[in-house]
Design a protein around this ligand. Structure first.
Ligand code: 13P
Length: 241
């Protein structure tokens, strides 16, 4: 049986306190979507307010990154325990923007995933090839290597998001058959961890959601830009109605 679908919105560095109105619209829309788990990952400054607004609803709140240690002298960092304390249920780790702009390695991502688990958060681990790697025909190999190094082998409560770097924020997407090939590879890599959800991410919008999210072994999506407006996010979610 396919795992229950998860649609997660990654707001990245977008959103002020006034954005709680958008969340409330998503919460209202969630009632009509019983087959799907919905999640919003706002910037850290909004997690507590969003968690409070979403309490008792079907919408989960997640962080976008965490430190690997529970506490310490790490100016500017936030621990998984702090996210949990603020009301988060999950945290994205290893997003390509963290890997690219903050030099995060697979090993760091794995430690962060363990930290999330330690704090009682669901880790959403991101992997994905660059444009050059796709063009060189090495996408499957690259992603398999990222999985080997970024995903702790003893973790069963984890979500993996395949986000081709070249598809993020570009309007470009892989073909459904490329997504199918990658997700089949990831599913095979997981072996007995059948309940692990595999998300697709990268330029998902209401127009392409049906085509991308109905591919075999795609158990949901991690959505950037199109998750900032409740209307667009819910239009994507409607694939699971
Ligand atoms: P876009 O949906 O804006 O391409 O971003 C995808 C992403 O990076 C989600 O984590």
């Amino acid at each position: 049986m396919a795992p229950r679908a998860l649609l997660a919105g990654n707001w990245k560095m977008h959103g002020l306190q006034s954005a709680v109105g958008e969340l409330q619209k998503i919460i209202a829309g969630a009632d009509g979507l019983p087959k799907l788990d919905l999640m919003v990952c706002p910037p850290a400054t909004l997690i507590a307010a969003f968690a409070k607004a979403a309490r008792g609803s079907r919408v989960l709140i997640g962080g976008q990154d965490c430190h690997s240690l529970p506490a310490g002298a790490y100016t500017g960092d936030i621990s998984a325990e702090m996210l949990k304390d603020a009301g988060a249920a999950a945290v994205i780790v290893g997003h390509s923007e963290r890997r690219q702009y903050h030099g995060e390695t697979d090993e760091m991502v794995r430690t962060k995933a363990r930290a999330a688990h330690r704090a009682g958060l669901l880790p959403i681990i991101c992997v994905g090839e660059t444009r050059a790697e796709r063009q060189a025909g090495s996408a499957l190999m690259i992603v398999r290597a990222q999985l080997d190094r970024s995903v702790p082998d003893d973790l069963t409560e984890v979500v993996i998001a395949y986000e081709p770097v070249w598809a993020i924020g570009t309007g470009l997407t892989p073909t459904p058959s490329d997504v199918a090939e990658m997700h089949a590879t990831m599913r095979e890599w997981l072996g007995r961890r059948e309940a692990v959800r595999l998300l697709y991410g990268g330029s998902v919008n209401p127009a392409n959601a049906n085509e991308l999210l109905t591919v075999a072994n795609v158990d949901g999506a991690l959505v950037g830009g199109a998750s900032l407006k409740a209307e667009e996010f819910l239009a994507i979610a409607a694939v699971y109605r």
